[in-house]
Design a protein around this ligand. Structure first.
Ligand SMILES: Cc1cc2nc3c(=O)[nH]c(=O)nc-3n(C[C@H](O)[C@H](O)[C@H](O)COP(=O)(O)OP(=O)(O)OC[C@H]3O[C@@H](n4cnc5c(N)ncnc54)[C@H](O)[C@@H]3O)c2cc1C
Length: 491
């Protein structure tokens, strides 16, 4: 391990920025010329919501293992600590004579407030804190409408953002990490038991994912080579590998949105289809918009963005929610999506919309229940994007899909899984049904079901709700909400 002898170490606090390349905090710490202390703190704070779900924990293990390897290869060492950063960071500063502390901001209001308190404590005891932007491309406080208020509509937000968006070049990977002579002891990653054992329900994750910076870079290159040109259409086909699958890598900060931005620009300069690239960058824009919304409306995760929805009559349907969570609703596209989630920790965006819409509209379960379940099961669970997306589908969000536009999961299946391959893969009970019935097996003639070896109610469930009746009930509830909310005087 390389060490240098200057007094006063620089501490780099890794968080959801588990990368060496384009890491502003790490870069600035190295620039000081001070010996380094590199730590990751597992905080598990349920009040702040920083305890990841079990699928995200699986990813965290791989991501930390990869980062630790890369750090070791550059002559350094990553110390793994567990506890409250508000106590640990000032404690480390005292014990190790730390002169400066560096981190990248999370982009989450609650965490940023906590971090400002830590910064004040450090400053009070003579240690300099430095926080950098690294999670998003856009500074949310610098992008406001002409009247100085936050944007609430994505199109206007993204157009305004693109006018001035000129991300600096990505920062290089440091070649050497000169470490302080004494480092915090830290835990062994295996002792944290972040991966499941007995049973290892994450077996399906191993073949599909490579957490870490190298895996992120490979995923991006593969997408740019194989799928970007066709992204505008391919992105809607869950039966094909048409999207980047970068979400967990971006979520854990193994790649920065700036690196993605510059890689796409390089392809554009080399003549790759402009429309496809523009479409793809707009999805990165939706991620930015989610962080922007959470920054300006810090109750986005708990309260309806559109307060009229405070009067909506959500149903308490424990059985419906349980069937949805188990992939046993009897609606093939919904069940395929949830089972893909169980098996791989990820679900295709089109299917996320179909599944979420079914839960909040046909079953009329509260979007917060769906959001919580996704947070528990997704490897890419992202507190800003998940909340903004659920509110978008529910109709209660900023620039949301209108509530009265209710996805019909059968039509969605026929349109976006036209050969039935996605359903066949994840709902094997239906694999032998003719294509005509695969998205609505309950309508297949009894003889057809029998020939396909399908016994509804035994092998695969009857639908938990009648789609037409569920739709009508949702529209009626929406109408009631509008009546009530226009009757209710503002607070
Ligand atoms: C109900 C619901 C919940 C969701 N929860 C999450 C979540 O917890 N974490 C998460 O990362 N994404 C979430 N999404 C957004 C989206 O489904 C995923 O980002 C996308 O499926 C990831 O696949 P990809 O990387 O192949 O996407 P690509 O199509 O390749 O897009 C590239 C990147 O853009 C961003 N992105 C893409 N679509 C969206 C979107 N609609 N909103 C915001 N950012 C987007 C992601 O960072 C993604 O990795 C949710 C969507 C819905 C409808």
């Amino acid at each position: 391990m390389a060490t240098i002898s200057a007094t006063g170490a620089a501490l780099v606090w890794f968080r959801r920025d588990l990368r060496l390349a384009d890491n502003p905090a790490l870069h600035a710490a190295i620039e000081t010329g001070r010996p380094l202390i590199l730590v990751f703190i597992d905080q598990r704070d349920r009040a702040l919501g920083t305890a990841p779900g079990e699928a995200a924990d699986w990813w965290l293990h791989g991501s930390l293992a990869s980062l630790a390897r890369d750090i070791t290869a550059a002559g350094g060492r990553l110390s793994l600590l567990r506890g409250d950063p508000a106590e640990l960071i000032p404690g480390l500063a005292r014990e190790h004579g730390i002169a400066e502390v560096f981190w990248n901001r999370s982009g989450e209001p609650g965490i940023d407030v906590r971090d400002r308190t830590i910064a004040a404590t450090l400053q009070g005891s003579g240690t300099k804190p430095h926080a950098f932007a690294g999670t998003t491309l856009i500074n949310p406080d610098a992008l406001l409408t002409g009247s100085g208020t936050p944007y609430k509509v994505f199109g206007a937000f993204w157009r305004a953002a693109l006018r001035d968006l000129a991300p600096r070049p990505s920062l290089p990977v440091p070649q050497r990490l000169p470490m302080a002579a004494t480092l915090p002891a830290g835990a062994a990653l295996e002792d944290w038991r972040l991966r499941p054992a007995n049973p290892d329900w994450a077996q399906g994750f191993h073949d599909r994912w490579q957490p870490g910076e190298a895996g992120a870079a490979q995923r991006l290159e593969r997408f740019l080579d194989d799928a970007l040109d066709d992204y505008a259409d391919g992105r809607d086909r869950p039966d094909k590998p048409g999207t980047s699958m970068l979400s967990p890598h971006l979520g854990f900060g193994e790649i920065s949105p700036r690196q993605v931005w510059h890689s796409v620009q390089a392809r554009l300069a080399a003549g790759t289809g402009f429309q496809a690239a523009e479409r793809f960058l707009a999805e990165i824009g939706w991620r930015e918009f989610a962080y922007y919304l959470l920054h300006h409306f810090d109750d986005l995760r708990t309260a309806n963005f559109n307060r009229n929805f405070d009067h909506f009559s959500w149903r308490s349907d424990a059985d419906g929610l349980a069937a949805w969570q188990a992939g046993q609703t009897g609606i093939p596209m919904v069940d395929a999506g949830v089972r893909q989630l169980w098996a791989t920790g990820w679900m295709h965006n089109r299917v996320r919309m179909v599944c979420a819409s079914f839960l909040v509209k046909h079953l009329r379960c509260d979007w917060r229940d769906g959001m919580a379940w996704f947070e528990h099961t997704l490897i890419d669970a992202d507190r800003a994007v998940n909340a903004a997306s659920w509110q978008w589908v529910a109709g209660s969000g900023a620039d949301a899909a209108p509530y009265f536009r209710i996805f019909n999961p059968v039509r969605q299946g026929e349109r976006f899984d036209p050969e039935g391959r996605y359903v066949q893969q994840w709902v094997p009970e239906l694999a032998r049904l003719p294509l005509r019935w695969i998205h609505q097996p309950w309508k297949a003639p009894a003889i057809t079901r029998q020939t396909a070896g399908l016994k509804l109610g035994a092998g695969y469930p009857f639908p938990v709700c009648d789609l037409a009746a569920g739709r009508d009930a949702a529209l009626a509830a929406y109408k009631d909400m509008k009546t009530v909310s226009s009757d209710t005087p503002p607070d």
